[in-house]
Ligand binder design. Structure first.
Ligand code: G4P
Length: 522
């Protein structure tokens, strides 16, 4: 098979949603279709004490949430599917955001009973920023939810994206009869279980379906459908691929209902890997030289091995185990001997991979998040990964001063993973951690103890607004507790403002000092 053909059958995507919208349930169904698991029951039911395949850390199990983003890979109907799991919990948004740089499209799940929720909006914005195509699955149609038109309007208004319903639901909750599949021109009947009956539109006139057709919810939905056909938006694959229109599918992940059709349609419409921006212009995925970038580093994924794994998105060419590549940042060669593909906690050695694939490579403490690896002559780097400013800050110290070596090593590694940010007090040299949310501190504390044998104590500095300074020298007397002066890992000055008020006051007093918001620089 040619490189071009290999690349073109890759579908690499993430599933995003607010917690509880049904991401785990839907993912399981896709894994079932891919024959990756045998029964959904074995991975489902977080609250019932069983855990999803994609939750692999001990802490995740305790909390019933998915902390790290895992990767699932399987062949399906001639395609090679790569699903990147993203944590739905808001505290882990930074990790999630970075994962979104490694995918070519996104499936957004919306709970029909709740509509658009906070976390969906945040994640959607990141996809938007990057122009990623977004496919929408409106879930839980087996429950009484919001009206379909209201849901579409909510998507259009809140997220500011055009919608195109790929199917149209007939009733909901107890009155849920099925969906009109607009693409395949068939009515898909819901039988209250997994079995779906497909009736081509042309056959609906058959007297055998008279009872179905006479139901009130059927008639209402049929009227709505003709309204959509006449006055609704037109379908545009170009707009979908540009992230301007989202195809919307209604269904139930739990039943499951409408999931198989959704997946087949999604996979045929979703984009294969496309060229990626680099310092050397766009790099085509079927360029024969291998290249890729690291979007995540994780230490001790398997405590028995005490290893560090870097997650690499292949962007061009062919990866072969044992190949020697160049680390762009240092211009030094590096051998990729240990490599893995993931099905959550079970890891298979991967011998070869193509653009679109995500592989885990052994990290001999050489990589940083955002690093580019390339084969061949020349040198370039892929676009920098976006960084998201932390909001919550705490001083951290070792409980036992005798353990300062472990403490230092633990902080260094976890910070390098990008799980948490480290700042140094300007004069005091105190270790100040910054994270997007409280849960990241819990994970940090847990991992320091369990993986580095270093118990830590926190002293809260509270919520802060970090602003970067673009100067090397500074008059220290301008800063106080409300505008705490620190340095980041690169040695840049960072001021941690207590609140909006102290930020504004500082700006008024010192209009000549330029304050940079991390988000504005990207
Ligand atoms: P998440 O990963 O997005 O957080 O959501 P998850 O799949 O865990 O689903 C959250 C809850 O919603 C689960 O119920 C799940 O069974 C339920 N659910 C998912 N899809 C559907 C659907 O199509 N219809 C209905 N009625 N429910 C659905 P739970 O009671 O919170 O947990 P569990 O003990 O059943 O796992």
């Amino acid at each position: 098979m040619s490189l071009y053909e290999e690349v073109n059958k890759r579908r690499t995507f993430a599933i995003i949603s607010h917690p509880d919208a049904g991401k785990t349930t839907l993912t399981e169904k896709l894994l079932l279709y891919g024959n990756l698991i045998r029964s959904a029951g074995t991975v489902k039911g977080k609250k019932s004490g069983k855990f999803a395949t994609s939750d692999w850390m001990e802490l995740e199990k305790q909390r019933g949430i998915s902390i790290t983003s895992s990767v699932m890979n399987f062949p399906y109907e001639g395609y090679e599917v790569n699903i990147l799991d993203t944590p739905g919990h808001e505290d882990f948004s930074e990790d999630t955001y970075r994962t979104l740089t490694a995918v070519d499209s996104v499936v957004m799940i919306i709970d029909a009973t709740k509509g658009i929720e906070a976390q969906t909006i945040k994640l959607f914005k990141v996809c938007r920023m990057r122009g990623i195509p977004i496919f929408t699955f409106i879930n839980k149609l087996d429950r009484e939810g919001k009206e379909p038109f209201a849901l579409l309007e909510e998507i259009e208004q809140v997220l500011d994206i055009a919608t195109y319903p790929m199917n149209w639901p007939v009733g909901m909750g107890k009155r849920f009869l099925g969906i009109f599949d607009r693409k395949n021109k068939q009515f898909v009947q819901f039988n209250g279980n997994e079995e779906e009956t497909y009736i081509p539109f042309a056959e609906l006139e058959n007297p055998a379906y008279r009872e179905l057709l006479s139901q009130e919810s059927y008639q209402t939905a049929a009227e709505e459908l003709s309204l959509l056909d006449e006055a609704g938006d037109t379908f545009s694959l170009d707009d979908i691929l540009a992230g301007k229109q989202t195809p919307v599918f209604f269904g139930s992940a739990l039943a499951p209902f409408g999931v198989h059709t959704f997946f087949n349609t999604f996979i045929s419409m979703a984009p294969a890997p496309t060229p990626r921006k680099s310092t050397n212009g766009a790099i085509s995925p079927d360029n024969s030289d291998f290249s890729g970038f690291i979007f995540k580093i994780q230490a001790n994924m398997n405590p028995a091995h005490r290893d560090r794994v870097a997650f690499l998105r292949v962007c061009s060419g062919k990866f072969e185990r044992g190949m020697t590549v160049k680390l762009s940042r240092t211009d030094k060669p590096i051998k990729l001997s240990q490599s893995q593909q993931f099905v959550a906690s079970s890891r298979d050695t991967v011998e070869e991979a193509y653009a679109g694939d995500i592989i885990g490579i052994y990290d001999p403490n050489a990589y940083r998040i955002g690093d580019t690896l390339i084969e061949g002559k020349g040198n370039f780097e892929y676009d920098e990964l976006p960084q998201f400013p932390p909001e919550l800050f705490k001083k951290v110290t070792a409980k036992n001063v005798m353990k300062s070596k472990q403490f230092k090593k633990g902080i260094e590694q976890l910070v390098q993973e990008g799980a948490i940010q480290l700042y140094k007090g300007h004069r005091t040299d105190a270790n100040i951690l910054g994270a997007v949310g409280e849960l990241q501190y819990e994970v940090f504390q847990y991992r320091m103890k369990n993986e580095y044998n270093a118990e830590v104590m926190f002293e809260s500095i509270g919520e802060r607004i970090p602003r970067w300074l673009t100067i090397d020298k500074i008059d220290e007397s301008l800063f106080d507790e409300r505008s705490m002066l620190t340095r980041d890992r690169e040695g840049n000055f960072v001021v941690l403002f207590k609140n909006d008020f102290s930020l504004r006051l500082f700006k008024e007093k010192h209009p000549d000092i330029k304050l940079v918001d991390l988000l504005e620089t990207k």
